[in-house]
Design a protein around this ligand. Structure first.
Ligand SMILES: [Zn+2]
Length: 272
C-alpha cells in the first residue's frame, strides 16, 4: 500500500500531474473461460465481459460464486447467446451495474421484464461512452447473430426474441491502454479499420471455429487486419463443435509479430 502511494507521488512529481497513474500501473486480465474476462484497470476499475460463469465448464470455481467479484464497474455483453449473456442479469442486479450490450438485446430484456430499465441502457455500433470514470467503451461491428432465448415463467417454455446485432467492444482504460474484445465473429474486412482507428494494445479473439473464426482465420485476422501488440485467444474448449485449440492458434501465429498470450482460466496476466 505504502509503495503504491510513493509511486503515485513520484509519478505526479515527474509529470506534474496530480491525476497521473503510478508508473508501475498495470492492466490485469483474467480469463474466466469462453469469452468471459475480468479486467482490472490501472485505476482499479473492474470490467467483466460476457459473463457465462456458473455453468461454464472452464470457469474456475471461485468465479462461479458471483458475490466474490466484490464490485463490477463495467459489465459488457457482446450478444444475446447464452454462453455470453447467462449470468449478466444476476451480476447487474447484485452490483447495481447496468448491462452494456447491443441496444436491441437490452430493449428485448426490458420489455420481457428481465431487469429494471435503469440496468438496461441502450447503445449501438459507433457509440462511445464513459461507462465508469476514466473507462471509455465503444461498440463496434461483429459478424455474428444475437437471438435471445428466454424462458417464459408463465408457460415454462423457451421463446426466441430479437437480441439486436452482435457487437465487439473497444475498451479504453485510464492510461490509454486499449483492448479489443471481438465477441463472437467471423473474419470481416472492417477489422482492418478497427485496427487502424483504435490501435488496440490487446485483442481478445475467438478461435473455436464452427460458430466463429477458427485458429487459422483468427491468426490471419490478427496478423493482417487488427495488428494489436498482444492477443489472447478465447471461445474454445467448451463446445464439441468448436474444435479449435490454443496450440493450433499459437502454431498459426509463429511468424506473426503479435505476441500471443495463452491464458489459463483464472490466471492473471499483466500488461504494462
Ligand atoms: Zn454467439
Amino acid at each position: 500500500m505504502k509503495k503504491t502511494l510513493l509511486a503515485l507521488l513520484l509519478g505526479s512529481l515527474i509529470t506534474g500531474n496530480a491525476a497521473a497513474q503510478a508508473p508501475s500501473a498495470q492492466t490485469e486480465v483474467v480469463w474466466l473461460g469462453q469469452s468471459a474476462f475480468k479486467i482490472t484497470s490501472p485505476g482499479g476499475k473492474v470490467i467483466v465481459t460476457d459473463p457465462w460463469l456458473r455453468l461454464n465448464p472452464m470457469t474456475p470455481a471461485p468465479y462461479k460464486q458471483l458475490e466474490k467479484f466484490g464490485k463490477i464497474d463495467v459489465l459488457l455483453v457482446t450478444h444475446a447467446h447464452f454462453d455470453h449473456f447467462a449470468d449478466a442479469p444476476a451480476l447487474a442486479l447484485m452490483y447495481d451495474t447496468p448491462i452494456r450490450a447491443p441496444g436491441g438485446l437490452n430493449q428485448s430484456a426490458m420489455t420481457l421484464g428481465v431487469l429494471p430499465a435503469k440496468l438496461l441502457p441502450r447503445i449501438n455500433k459507433g457509440g462511445t461512452i464513459e461507462a465508469a470514470p476514466g473507462i471509455k467503451i465503444t461498440a463496434v461491428r461483429a459478424e455474428h447473430s444475437s437471438e435471445l432465448v428466454w424462458r417464459n415463467p408463465a408457460t415454462e417454455k423457451d421463446e426466441t426474441h430479437v437480441g439486436g446485432e452482435a457487437i465487439g467492444w473497444i475498451i479504453e482504460l485510464e492510461n490509454g491502454f486499449r483492448i479489443y474484445h471481438a465477441g463472437d465473429t467471423a473474419v470481416f474486412g472492417d477489422m482492418r479499420w478497427i485496427g487502424e482507428r483504435y490501435k488496440p494494445d490487446l485483442a481478445l479473439v475467438p478461435i473455436g471455429g464452427h460458430f466463429t473464426m477458427d485458429p487459422v482465420d483468427a491468426a490471419w485476422a490478427v496478423t493482417e487486419l487488427i495488428k494489436p501488440r498482444h492477443v489472447i485467444p478465447m471461445h474454445y474448449g467448451t463446445n464439441p463443435l468448436a474444435k479449435g485449440t490454443a496450440k493450433e492458434f499459437s502454431d498459426a501465429m509463429v511468424k506473426s509479430p503479435v505476441k500471443v498470450q495463452i491464458a489459463a482460466p483464472g490466471q492473471a496476466l499483466s500488461f504494462p
